[in-house]
Design a protein around this ligand. Sequence first.
Ligand code: GLC
Ligand code: CA
Length: 510
Amino acid sequence: MTDQPWWRCAAFYQIYVRSFQDSNGDGIGDLEGIRSRLPYLQALGVDALWLTPFYPSPQVDHGYDVADYTDVDPLFGTLTDFDELVADAHERGIKVTIDIVPNHTSDQHPWFRNAIADASHPDRKRYMFRPGRNGGPPNGWTSAFGGPAWTLDERTGEYYLHFFTREQPDLDWHHASVQESFDEILRFWLDRGVDGFRIDVAHALFKDQDLPEMVEPTPRRPFGDWLSALMQPELHPLYRRWRRIADEYSGDRMYVSEITVENQDTIASYVASDQLHLSFDFTLLHEQWDAAKMRVTIDRVLTTLGVAGAPATWVFENHDVTRLPTRYGGGELGRRRARAVALLLFGLPGAAFAYQGQELGLEEIDVPDDKREDPIFHRTGGARKGRDGCRVPLPWTTEPPTFGFSAGEPWLPMPEDLGLLSVEEQERDPDSTLSLFRSALRLRPRHDRFAWRDSPRGTMIFDRGDLTCLVNVDASELELPDGELLLASEPGITTTLPPNTAAWVRKGTT
Ligand code: GLC
Ligand code: CA
C-alpha cells in the first residue's frame, strides 16, 4: 500500500489560477497568491494541485489559448514565482501538476503567426490548413464553442481548423515537428520539478485526415463520443512516447487526460502501464442524483478501469461545469447533497479531484450578462450562458466587497453575500462544509479494497476495508450499522441517515 505510486489514490485540488488568490491588486489571481495560500491547502489535506494554464496568452479562452508553452504570463507572475511555488509546495508535501494544452495554440503563438504571414513557412505545416470545398469550408465540422470549426485565411483562400475559438488554431499532430516540440515542452516542466500534467482535450489531437463529416446528436450531449474523426489510433503511440518521457524522471511523474467521452472502454484504452496513468471519467459528474443510476455508473467505471489495471478517477466539479449544489437542486437541498457527495468522492477507491470552492459548497453564481467573459457566452450570442458562474473568485474572508481575494476589482463580480461561505466564516464552524472536507480528507481510505453491500432502494453502501460508506440518496431513512461513526455529512446524525446525507462508519473490532 505504501509503495504504490502517489497518484493512485491521491486527492487532487484544481486551482483555477485567475480566481484563487490575487497578490498584486489587479483583480486576477496569480502564482504568488497561490503560494501565500499553501498553508490553507496543507491544512485542507490535499495531496496534489492541478493548476489551470498560466502560460503567456491573449486570454481569449482564459489561458487555454497558449502563446508560449515554456513561460509564465506576466499576469500570473514569472518563472521564478513558479519555481518558488513548486519548491514551497513540495516542502509542505504537496505535489504540483499543471495543465498542458496540446490540441491547439493561440493564434498569437509564433508558430501560427509565421504560418499566417507566409504560406511557405515551415510552421504552416504545424496547423490544419486545408483547401475549401464548393466555395465554403473543407467540411461541416463545428466548433465546440459555436459556429464553424474552420476560418478562412483570406490571403491564400485556405481554411484553418479550430475546434474551439478561431483564436485557438488546432495543431496538426501528424506533423513530426509538433510531436518533437511537445517532447521538449514536457521536459522543460519536468526539469522544473512538476509532478505531472493534466492533458487538455487529450482525445482530440489527431484528426482523420479524410475529414469525414460528423453528426452532433440533438439535443446537445455533454459527451463527445460522436466525434468519430477524433480519437484516432495514432494517440496510443503518442501517449506511449509521452510515458517514456515521464518515466525518464524520478518521483512517479504522471499524466491525467481530459477525455470527454462516455464510453469507458475508450477511456480505459488510453490508461495503461505504458500509456497514461489516469484519465478523468465524467460519467458520474453528468449523472443524476439517483442511487441506482449512480451505482451502475460507479460499477462501470470500476470494472472497465479495473480490467485495465488502472485506478478510477472521480470528478464532480471543474471549471467547465455548473457548481454541484446548483446541479443538484440548489439552496439547502443542493447544499446537503453536495456535502453527501464529499463523502462519496473521498470514499471511493482511486484518485479524487475537487475543484476550488467545492470545499466551501459554493453555488453557481449568476454573473450579469454584461460582465460575462466566457467565449461560449459571446460566441453563441448568449444562447449558452457559459462557464463564468463556476469561475467567480474565492471568498477568503467575511470582508466585502472582495472577501480577501484582491485589493482591486475582481475580474468577475463577487456577490455581496459571498462572505457567508468564506473560508474565514467556515473555519470557525465545526459543522461547515470546509470542516467536513478537512475531516474527509484526513480520514479517507487509501487502499484499493472495495465491495458493495446490498442496500435498500434509494441508497448506496460499500465497504472499504474496515470502513463502510453509506449514502442515503432518497430513501426515507437508512439505519447505520454497528461501529464507530467516523463522519457524517450533516450534524446531529447518530443512528439513522435521512435522505440526502452520507456517513462513514468504522466496523467494531469484535
Ligand atoms: C478543455 C478545458 C476548457 C477549454 C477547452 C479548450 O475542455 O477544460 O476550459 O476551454 O479545453 O482548451
Ligand atoms: Ca494578480
